[in-house]
Design a protein around this ligand. Structure first.
Ligand SMILES: Nc1ncnc2c1ncn2[C@@H]1O[C@H](COP(=O)(O)OP(=O)(O)O)[C@@H](O)[C@H]1O
Ligand SMILES: [Mg+2]
Length: 236
C-alpha cells in the first residue's frame, strides 16, 4: 500500500499562482490528479468552488473538467493533424461555442501567447516552446477557474521553460485563473504567490504571499513579454 499523500491540506484562491516543488515520488502528480478529478482520495475532501468533487456524478465531473479545470502536461498532447488554431478551438467547440466565436477566441488566445503568426501551423511545425504555448492557450480556452500544469517545462531548455511559464503566469493573471505548476525550476518558484515543498506525501514547507498582495498583483499584471522568437529575424 502506497500512501501517496498524507494529511495534505491547502487552499488556493482566485488568481493565485501556486508552485509545487519536491523530489520525484513525493506526491506532486497525485495532488494535481486529485484536484483535477482524475484520481479520488481514499479519505479527505477536495472542494472546487465549495463543491466536494467526490460527491459528483460522472456527468457533473465531465462538466467540471470541461469548464472549470484546464490541464497543461509535460508533453503538450496536441492533436497532430489539427493546426494550432484548431487545437485551441476544439475545447471551445466541444463546450458548445459556435464556429465563428470559437475561432475568434482561439485566435485571440494564440495572439496573447505570442503565436499570431503560427495559427495555421501543425504541432510538428512548431518548436517545443511554441507547442507548449499552444497547450497553455488550449488549457485557458474555456476560462477555467483553475489550471493544473504538471512539469510543463520538463521537456524544454531552461530559458524556453521560463518564458513559457512567464506567459502562463501573465495570461492566468489576466484571466484571474488560479494556477498550480509543478516544477523544479527555482526561477519559476520565485514568481509563486504560494510555494509548496513536498516530501513523502506531505507538505514540508509553505510560503504564501499575503492575499492583499496577490490581489494587487492581479490588478497590476505586467504586459505580455515579447515573443522570444520575434527578436531574431527568421528566414521564412
Ligand atoms: N497508480 C499508482 N499506483 C500506486 N502507486 C502509485 C501510483 N502512481 C504513483 N504511485 C506512487 O505514489 C507516490 C507518489 O507518486 P507521484 O504523485 O507520481 O509523485 P511525483 O509526481 O511527486 O513524482 C510514489 O511513491 C509513486 O510510486
Ligand atoms: Mg509527477
Amino acid at each position: 500500500m502506497v500512501e501517496a499523500l498524507r494529511g495534505v491540506s491547502l487552499t488556493l484562491h482566485e488568481g493565485e499562482f501556486m508552485v509545487v516543488m519536491g523530489p520525484s515520488g513525493s506526491g506532486k502528480t497525485t495532488l494535481l490528479n486529485i484536484i483535477g478529478t482524475l484520481d479520488k482520495p481514499t479519505s479527505g475532501q477536495a472542494l472546487i468552488d465549495g463543491e466536494d468533487i467526490a460527491r459528483m456524478s460522472d456527468k457533473q465531473l465531465t462538466k467540471l473538467r470541461r469548464f472549470k479545470i484546464g490541464f497543461v502536461f509535460q508533453f503538450h498532447n496536441l492533436i497532430p493533424v489539427l493546426s494550432a488554431l484548431e487545437n485551441v478551438q476544439l475545447p471551445l467547440l466541444t463546450a458548445g461555442l459556435g464556429h465563428k466565436k470559437s475561432e475568434d477566441r482561439a485566435s485571440e488566445l494564440l495572439d496573447r501567447v505570442g503565436l499570431r503568426d503560427r495559427v495555421d501551423h501543425l504541432p510538428d511545425e512548431l518548436s517545443g516552446g511554441e507547442q507548449q504555448r499552444v497547450a497553455i492557450a488550449r488549457a485557458l480556452a474555456n476560462r477555467p477557474r483553475i489550471v493544473l500544469a504538471d512539469e510543463p517545462t520538463g521537456d524544454l531548455d531552461t530559458k524556453t521553460g521560463s518564458d513559457v511559464v512567464q506567459i502562463m503566469y501573465a495570461l492566468a493573471k489576466q484571466e484571474r485563473t488560479a494556477v498550480i505548476v509543478v516544477t523544479h525550476d527555482p526561477i519559476i518558484a520565485e514568481r509563486a504567490d504560494v510555494l509548496l515543498e513536498m516530501r513523502d506525501g506531505r507538505i514540508v514547507e509553505t510560503m504564501r504571499e499575503p492575499l492583499s498582495k496577490v490581489k494587487h498583483m492581479v490588478r497590476a499584471v505586467e504586459p505580455m513579454p515579447p515573443d522570444p522568437g520575434r527578436s531574431v529575424s527568421q528566414p521564412n
